[in-house]
Design a binder for this molecule. Structure first.
Ligand code: LLP
Length: 442
């Protein structure tokens, strides 16, 4: 499942003690295991082998160039949602011809860029977007490859903020309107109808909603293949990961344990979906983000203060909601453990950051080993939607990111220097210049 484990009482990422990285690069610090990225990709790829399948890694989950490079080298395609993500993929050596472009708000400039780069397909979310893509393609004298994103109206039974496949959501085209839209699209001269796509939500921990959605959309895909010769069906991303007992899931044989059997593993996913998809004879795209990178990363933080109030005990750490927003935003659970294994006494702690908001917390009333100021903690399963959702709130710089492969570590994103935070800003032209604005403290 992942390559973070205690060796002689010290948490290691692959062959390296994480504390060594924390001391060298400072904290907060993201650490990623390349082996875990490769292992997860390999497991999914193998499970889908009976299909003509393409994994299109959802770049939004973690867009660090080194992570993208890892997947590009494995032959992955990419699911992108912006011009920025497309250019990142290219910068990392990925192939634009293996990119699908999703999102409800593609601008003309983004469409033009994607056409020039020669992406594999636009996943289209509205009739107005189809018309716009046709117009931009006409201007560039190109054929735009498109797929319509169908909203199958299936509840993914996940967190409300990451459910996308019901009619309550802004995503996709209502199931019953899809065929008429293809009819319309077929008349637009600069479009090429290449596929159909769906994505019902993220962090799904059961296969059932996927199965229901595929059952619903497969006949439509077959009809579109027959009528318009589409070549692919993308079933989206959404495979969930283990957040609770994340450390335990790092055992080498974890996939074979009963705990894994109850979860959404690539094997269970494939065993239910392959039989439904194979008869279509179409290319099947999957767009996993979290599954590939989530458990492959941790956020390392140092305890700055231990504070006891009348009611509670707080560990005030040097990471904050600007570094990892998931607990604040989704009430998400991330396992938290010290880098040095501590047995014995445990106590209830809130782990909080230094930002001036009560929402700046990583856990509340969590039973943790009795740790002290100066010690380091690891927040597990932070590889997906961690660094990418970071901000400079409170003028805090983006933390460094380290990629580990066996006993090697490389800094694949340096800590943002402070003055880079306000790079691009300046006082307005009518404001007086401060006399000492650039002076450094002595
Ligand atoms: N395809 C599409 C069209 C998507 O919208 C998404 C995620 C994915 C694929 C990848 O889903 P995944 O395999 O990673 O579940 N920030 C939230 C998650 C937002 C997901 C948005 N869409 C979180 O931290 O939980």
């Amino acid at each position: 499942m992942h390559d973070f484990r205690y060796v002689d009482g010290h948490l290691h990422c692959e062959g390296l003690p994480v504390e060594r990285l924390a001391r060298k690069y400072g904290t907060p610090l993201y650490v990623y295991s390349q082996k875990t990225l490769e292992d997860h990709y390999g497991r999914l790829d193998a499970a889908l082998a009976p299909l003509d399948s393409v994994i299109c890694y959802a770049v939004k989950a973690n867009s660090n160039l080194a992570v993208l490079r890892t997947f590009a080298e494995l032959g992955s395609g990419f699911d992108i949602v912006s011009a920025g993500e497309l250019e990142r993929v290219v910068a990392a050596g990925g192939n634009p011809a293996r990119c699908v472009f999703a999102g409800v708000g593609k601008t003309e400039a983004e469409i033009a860029l994607a056409l020039r780069r020669g992406i594999y397909a636009f996943n289209v979310e509205s009739e107005a977007e189809l018309v716009r893509i046709d117009r931009v393609a006409a201007r560039l004298r190109k054929q735009a490859p498109v797929a319509v994103r169908v909203n199958p109206n299936i509840d993914a039974q996940t967190h409300a903020k990451i459910t996308t496949g019901t009619y309550e959501n802004k995503f996709g085209i209502a199931f019953e309107n899809v065929l008429p839209l293809y009819q319309r699209a077929a008349r637009l001269k600069h479009l090429r109808l290449r596929g159909i796509q769906m994505h019902i939500g993220s962090q799904l921990t059961e296969v059932k909603p996927f199965e229901s959605a595929v059952r619903r959309v497969a006949p439509l895909a077959a009809a579109l293949a027959e009528k318009y010769g589409i070549e692919f069906f993308s079933i989206g991303g959404g495979i969930g990961i283990v957040y609770e007992s994340a450390l335990a899931s790092g055992q080498p044989d974890w996939w074979a344990t009963p705990a894994a059997k109850g979860l959404l593993t690539p094997a269970t996913y494939a065993s239910k979906l392959v039989p439904l998809l194979r008869p279509l004879g179409l290319k099947i795209l999957v767009e996993p983000g979290r599954f590939l990178v989530g458990n492959a990363g941790i956020l390392v933080t140092r305890i700055e203060y231990v504070k006891q109030t009348g009611e509670k005990r707080f560990l005030i750490v040097d990471a904050a909601m600007n570094d990892l927003v998931r607990p604040a935003f989704y009430d998400a659970y991330h396992e938290i453990l010290p880098l040095r294994c501590r047995c014995g006494v445990q106590a209830l702690f809130d782990v909080v950051g230094p930002i001036c908001e009560s929402g700046d917390f990583f856990c509340r009333d969590r039973l943790l080993p009795a740790v002290d100021e100066g010690e380091y903690l690891a927040l597990f399963s932070a590889g997906a939607y961690g660094a990418v959702m970071g901000s400079n709130y409170n003028s805090r710089p983006f933390p460094p990111e380290i990629l580990v492969s066996e006993r090697r570590a490389d800094c694949v994103r340096r800590r943002q220097p402070l003055e880079r935070i306000w790079e691009g800003e300046r006082a307005a032209s009518w404001q007086a210049r401060p006399a000492s604005g650039r002076r450094r403290p002595r």
